[in-house]
Structure formats: structure tokens, C-alpha cells
Design a protein around this ligand. Structure first.
Ligand SMILES: O=C(O)CCC(=O)C(=O)O
Length: 429
């Protein structure tokens, strides 16, 4: 055999062994869940036991790295513990000092309870030298800035435990998991039970005298207001963060062609006339508000034009999980919407690192990345045409249109409805 043939033969044998090993590991894992994880822990321990001055240490390290890669490929829970993305290695990271990015990464990862072992693996995979990475992880525990962060963390954890305990108490109420549907609660009851009690509710009969219920339709919208311009959200399908990037998706369009587009386009999330439009602030659209009859309890009619928004879109629109900064009502005139709601006391489990948004998608929660979400209770309610949902303060919601939909949201409560938040602004969690 010539050298090429020998090498090819060896590569074939190696590939065969790796493949068989992978299949066997998967089978072992299938028979005994956690098998691969336990093996990884075992290998990590063995590796850690090899002294730094062992002969041929770089070769041994490379071998273990290969072994761990093979094991991880077969591990269903192989995702590394949730950690900030590793900074790109810079040219300077070859110097004995680790870059500032890496130092911050180590600190954040430790604050998030990532194990030193898992961090070491990430750092090595990014090309850092094992001994240097290990030393930096160890040294972090005594860094003054890190110790200060640990003290602040105690305060944060205290608050988290307080909200967690209050939530436990709320959730222990009979019927907590079901959004009530009510007709005509008195103003006093509404304020006590829903506004101050911070409890979502669907009011079933607010619209009983609304001309909108008979009048509104896509055709009517086109006929009465088709010549006017409106601001819509467009091109959402190509952007996973379309809601957070909503300023980039603003388009001003004439209403008539937009109505035609919605009618012809079928279910989609690509375009939607959302609350960001200022239509109801303009005189041109004021006849829409004349179609609104009695308001729910505790509403100030004189503030309706100022504090309402008109929504129109196809079936299939999806407003991702977020909370508003005020309380509001949302009345369905045409079509149904599915609302999923999460208590504000569950905020620490929603990974709210950016503004008022949660990265958790209730349709497909990624529990590997967001494991705390597994403990969250989600309330689920479909709001039918003619029904009005009351969204209490800071409740998280994800909303999906089940049909072509026309609706009105309004925040003109006659009790104080102005609240300050200190929203986080972390983009690269
Ligand atoms: O209807 C929707 O798509 C979202 C409604 C919403 O988030 C709101 O009114 O705050």
C-alpha cells in the first residue's frame, strides 16, 4: 500500500470506530437516560487528575478534548450551561494576560452558576490555553470587582425569592390558571379584584352597544378610510426579532391597498397594522372612535382618542412575549385572538435582559437555553369577537391572531396609569 492508501485506510478505520461509538453511546443513553452525561463527568474528572507537568501534556489534552467532543455529540443535553457568548479570541489573547472580554465573560458565567469545568471547555474550544484559562477562572473568585458583584447578587436574589414566594401564593388561589370571563362587574369590584388585585379578566359584554360591531369590516375600512395613509409593520418574516426591531419595520402605506393585501394574502405574520400607528390621533380616522359605545368600568371617555390604538391584520400575526408599562383594555371587534399571559412576579424566570421583551417563545420554549422558564405558569385564553381583555399592570403576554382581526386597545383608565420601570438594555446575553 502506498502512503496515501495507508492514510485512507486508517481514516476509514477511525471514521468507522467513531461512528460505531456514537451509535453505541446513543443506544446506551436511550436505555439509561443520563448515561452520557455521567461518562462526561467521569472523563472530566480523569482529565483534571492529570498533573500539569505530565509528559506530553498537550497531546493528552488534545486527546481528552477529542473524547469529550465525541461524548457531547451523543449527549442529548450536551448544550453547554447557559453562558454569555464567548468573545472572539483577539490577537492579544496570545499574551499571558487574558483579554478584558474574557475576564468579563468569566465573571458573568460564574455569576450565572456555570461550572468552572464547563467554562474551561468553552475557553479551550475557543483556542485558549488550558492552564491559562483555568488560572483565570480560579483567580476570578478573589477579584475585588467580582466580590462586589457577588454582594449585589445577594440583594438581587433576595428580591427574586420575595417575588417567587408571592407568586407561589397567588398561584395557589383556586382558579389561578384560568382567565375569568365576566359580564359587567361593578366599578368597585373591577378596581379591587382586577386593577389592584392585578388579575387579568375578559369582559364579555362591553361592546353590546358598539356600532363598530355591526359596521366594521375590511370593506368598510377601505371605503371610509382607504385613501388615507397609515403606518404598518412590514417585512417581519425575515427578522426573528421583528418586534424588538419594530422601528426598522415601519412603512407608511395607503390603507386601501393594505386592506387588499390582507384580504388576498391569507394567514401570515409578515405585515400587521399595530398599536404603533398613530391613526386614531388624526382627525381623518375619528369616525372610527364614534363607533365605540360604552367603555369598561373605570375608563375615562375624554381620554379615548389620546390613549387608544387601532389594530388590523391577517390571521397568523404573532406579537412576541413582552409586557406593557401601563394597564390596558383590548377589544376584539372582528376575529379571535389567543392571549397567553404570565404573571409579572415570574419576571426573573423570563430572561428579561432587553427592555420589556422576553426571548422565550411560548410556542417553542427553548428550555436548554432558558431552563427557569420550565417553572412558569402560562394562562391561555381566546378572546372572541365582542370580548374585551383587561391586561393588568406588567403582565407578560404573547398574542396570536387566529382569524383576520380588527381590534382596539385603550389605556384610558381613570385611575393612575403611569408607571416607571428601569428596563435592562443588554443585547448580547
Ligand atoms: O394584539 C396583538 O397582537 C398584541 C396586543 C398587545 O400586545 C397589546 O395590546 O399590548
Amino acid at each position: 500500500m502506498n502512503t496515501n492508501a495507508i492514510e485512507r485506510n486508517q481514516a476509514t478505520q477511525l471514521g468507522t470506530c467513531t461512528y460505531l461509538l456514537h451509535v453505541l453511546l446513543q443506544e446506551a443513553e436511550r436505555r439509561q437516560g443520563g448515561f452520557v452525561r455521567a461518562t462526561i463527568d467521569h472523563v472530566l474528572k480523569d482529565h483534571a487528575g492529570i498533573p500539569a507537568d505530565a509528559p506530553d501534556k498537550p497531546f493528552i489534552d488534545a486527546l481528552f478534548s477529542e473524547i469529550l467532543d465525541t461524548l457531547r455529540r451523543a449527549d442529548p443535553a450536551s448544550a453547554l450551561p447557559e453562558m454569555p457568548p464567548a468573545p472572539r479570541p483577539r490577537a492579544t489573547s496570545a499574551a499571558p494576560e487574558l483579554s478584558r472580554d474574557w475576564s468579563q465573560w468569566i465573571a458573568e458565567s460564574r455569576l450565572r452558576d456555570c461550572t468552572p469545568e464547563s467554562m474551561l471547555e468553552t475557553m479551550k474550544a475557543a483556542g485558549l490555553e488550558a492552564a491559562q484559562a483555568e488560572a483565570a477562572i480560579g483567580a476570578m473568585e478573589n477579584e475585588p470587582a467580582f466580590l462586589a458583584a457577588r454582594r449585589m447578587q445577594q440583594l438581587q436574589r433576595k428580591l427574586e425569592s420575595v417575588t417567587g414566594n408571592l407568586q407561589k401564593l397567588w398561584a395557589s388561589a383556586p382558579g389561578y390558571g384560568v382567565v375569568e370571563k365576566r359580564t359587567r362587574p361593578s366599578r368597585d369590584e373591577f378596581i379591587e379584584r382586577y386593577v389592584r388585585g392585578c388579575r387579568p379578566v375578559v369582559l364579555t359584554d362591553v361592546t353590546r352597544d358598539w356600532p363598530a360591531m355591526k359596521r366594521w369590516s375590511p370593506e368598510d375600512l377601505k371605503q371610509r378610510f382607504g385613501q388615507f395613509d397609515v403606518e404598518i409593520q412590514d417585512g417581519r418574516n425575515g427578522d426573528p426579532n421583528y418586534e424588538e426591531n419594530k422601528l426598522m419595520h415601519r412603512r407608511v402605506v395607503q390603507l386601501a391597498p393594505f386592506v387588499d393585501r390582507v384580504l388576498a394574502g391569507g394567514p401570515t405574520n409578515d405585515y400587521y397594522l399595530t398599536a404603533n400607528n398613530e391613526a386614531l390621533r388624526s382627525a381623518a380616522f375619528s369616525p372610527l372612535l364614534a363607533d365605540v359605545g360604552s367603555l369598561p368600568p373605570a375608563c375615562d371617555r375624554s381620554q379615548l382618542a389620546e390613549r387608544s390604538s387601532f389594530w388590523f391584520g391577517p390571521a397568523g400575526t404573532k406579537t412576541p412575549l413582552h409586557h406593557d408599562t401601563i394597564m390596558l383594555f383590548h377589544t376584539q371587534v372582528i376575529g379571535r385572538k389567543r392571549w397567553r399571559l404570565v404573571s409579572p412576579l415570574e419576571t426573573p424566570k423570563l430572561y428579561n435582559f432587553n427592555n420589556v421583551f422576553s426571548p422565550v417563545d411560548l410556542d417553542a420554549p427553548d428550555l436548554r437555553r432558558y431552563p427557569l422558564f420550565a417553572e412558569v405558569t402560562v394562562l391561555d385564553v381566546v378572546v372572541e369577537p365582542g370580548e374585551t381583555i383587561f391586561l393588568p399592570l406588567a403582565w407578560w403576554h404573547q398574542v396570536e391572531s387566529l382569524d383576520l382581526s380588527m381590534s382596539l386597545s385603550y389605556s384610558n383608565l381613570d385611575v393612575p396609569n403611569d408607571f416607571a420601570y428601569r428596563n435592562p438594555d443588554i443585547r448580547n446575553w
